[in-house]
Design a protein around this ligand. Structure first.
Ligand SMILES: NC(=O)c1ccc[n+]([C@@H]2O[C@H](COP(=O)([O-])OP(=O)(O)OC[C@H]3O[C@@H](n4cnc5c(N)ncnc54)[C@H](O)[C@@H]3O)[C@@H](O)[C@H]2O)c1
Length: 338
């Protein structure tokens, strides 16, 4: 199939691009590099020994999108492009609504104009909000607690309306839990520009000496050791979920949401311990207060994805930490190491 990948230079996008190219699909990547580097695309091209089209443009730019659809004629879209920092989304919500919501509407309009009717969307477990029960299944009520989560929720609703507006349309909403790790080559990985918002890149930057210690937000949660518990998913498993989702939108119509997680949780201290074992480095840490908006635990029920997408996570927490370390130690300054 001809597949357009928006945000394909980013962390999850680059890993998915690699897997999609491995399936011999034709690909066009559109990215404005606002949170990524074109070096990631060069490295994927080398690793896969394949060519693909690259367009440097913003998904809010309707004219650029129409040109891409006219030239490349995608048959399906995987839509990663967007902003993802929860804290920043509270400070500048309009920027988040513009990139995440407006960007998706522009994309859907360009799809309609060219007759492209299949889309896989990067949603998030943040759409669920405070758990009413755990593990979350896809029928859990959605009540996101921050502007970022609300952009994902609103886009899901827009995509549902769009799916129902024409019986040819096909939409898959992938609700990611906590993606971590890197490709086994150590050549692509997560490369936050700023202070990392997520645990694993922070821990790996402490291990490599870029930061002095980890601040653990809260040790009085109702979890086995008091620290926050999350369902970490290896980014390569997540990338493979997109391969399955592309196959699914090609064969099915309508709209479906799927949790993409392992169904198992690890606490912050368990991740620190696993990372110390993987890296052979000590991770100094101290406890601080809880972070506003954080919940005690988040775990996926991934049964629906197993049944309907025929997809299942394969990698362990050990694999996640080892591959993160391989990437971080080989590229201490991320893609700027080149
Ligand atoms: N990483 C996570 O923990 C996580 C969890 C759940 C959902 N998601 C979602 O998955 C998607 C990918 O996340 P990621 O971790 O790879 O983030 P990322 O920032 O590494 O990747 C996003 C990519 O989109 C590009 N981009 C952003 N706005 C754009 C725009 N307006 N036009 C064109 N390109 C644009 C960025 O330059 C970047 O390459 C995002 O939509 C994110 O919200 C991520």
């Amino acid at each position: 199939m001809r597949i357009l990948i928006t945000g394909g230079a980013g962390y999850i996008g680059s890993h998915t691009l690699l897997e999609i190219l491995g399936e011999k699909h034709d690909v066009c990547v559109i990215d404005n590099y606002s949170n990524s580097s074109p070096v990631a695309l060069e490295r994927v091209a080398k690793l896969t020994n394949s060519n693909f089209v690259k367009v440097a443009a913003d998904v809010c730019d309707e004219r650029a999108l129409n040109n891409v659809f006219e030239d490349f004629k995608p048959e399906a879209v995987i839509h990663f492009a967007g902003l993802k920092a929860v804290g920043e989304s509270a400070a500048v919500p309009l920027k988040y609504y513009e990139h995440n919501v407006q960007g998706t509407i522009a994309l859907l309009k360009a799809m309609e104009a060219s007759g492209c009717d299949r889309i896989v969307f990067s949603s998030s477990a943040t759409v669920y909000g405070e758990p009413v029960y755990l593990p979350y299944d896809e029928d859990h009520p959605c009540a996101p607690t921050n502007p970022y989560g609300r952009t994902k929720y609103f886009v899901e609703e827009i995509l549902k309306d769009w799916a129902h507006s024409n019986d040819r349309n096909s939409v898959v909403l992938l609700r990611y839990f906590n993606p971590v790790g890197a490709h086994s080559s150590g050549r692509i990985g997560e490369d936050p520009d700023d202070i990392p918002n997520n645990l694993m890149p922070f821990v790996s930057q402490v291990a490599v000496g870029r930061r002095s210690k980890l601040q653990v937000f809260g040790n009085d949660y109702d979890t086995p050791d008091g620290t926050g518990l999350r369902d970490y998913i290896h980014v390569v498993d997540l990338a493979r979920a997109h391969v399955a989702a592309v196959d699914y939108v090609a064969k099915n119509r309508g709209v479906d949401a799927f949790n993409i997680g392992t169904g198992k949780g690890a606490t912050v201290l368990e991740v620190v311990k696993a990372f110390e074992a993987a890296s052979g480095r000590e991770i100094p840490y101290s406890f601080g207060p809880r972070r506003a908006g954080d919940i005690a635990a988040s775990i996926a029920d991934p049964a629906k994805a197993r049944k309907m997408l025929n997809w299942q996570a394969k990698h362990s927490l050990k694999d996640m930490c080892e591959s993160s370390w391989e990437w971080q130690s080989g590229n201490p300054n991320g893609y700027r190491s080149d």
